[in-house]
Design a protein around this ligand. Sequence first.
Ligand SMILES: C[S@@+](CC[C@H](N)C(=O)[O-])C[C@H]1O[C@@H](n2cnc3c(N)ncnc32)[C@H](O)[C@@H]1O
Length: 165
Amino acid sequence: MTMWLATQGFETFGIDISPTAIEWAKRNAEVAGLRCEFTNGDILDYSNYPSDAVDMVLDGNVLHCIIGDDRAKLFQNVRRVLRTGGYFLVRSVLSPVDDKLPSQYRFDPTSLLLFHEDVAYRYIPTFEMLKSEVSDAGFNILGSELAYDLAVGRGFQYGMIEAST
Ligand SMILES: C[S@@+](CC[C@H](N)C(=O)[O-])C[C@H]1O[C@@H](n2cnc3c(N)ncnc32)[C@H](O)[C@@H]1O
């Protein structure tokens, strides 16, 4: 997504907590001859980024990795770095989760947490819950779309939300 936006003339930068992901991204951008900035960092700590600085924050399938109180922290960080009227695009896995999960995964329908080998690693709300969460965090929801992502092969639903500050 970062690279595609760069092809459209945007100045882009991508963040991931995984150094490996950032190495891959840098290599891909170099091979494609694109100028994108990729940084190894934690999206829960945007302290290195100035306030009111960017036009759009794109969730590259990361919000569903953020669990508990950290989610409010993330929304707060996104609002801080976005310019007034800036866009926040969310792409997140959603409940209901079907029974096609491989055996090493377990979904708890009460906490809405997905466990991988007993470690909670995804929060999977319903689409309505996610929209309320984004709206309660102070964003205006401009549009939303529910989709099945068959590429994942696990029958999750995906929700896309376009919001603004
Ligand atoms: C489902 S993968 C999506 C990868 C890629 N952005 C994409 O759309 O294909 C989730 C990514 O979020 C990253 N991630 C999880 N928690 C993070 C955090 N607190 N800060 C930055 N990246 C995080 C993981 O390292 C992983 O690469």
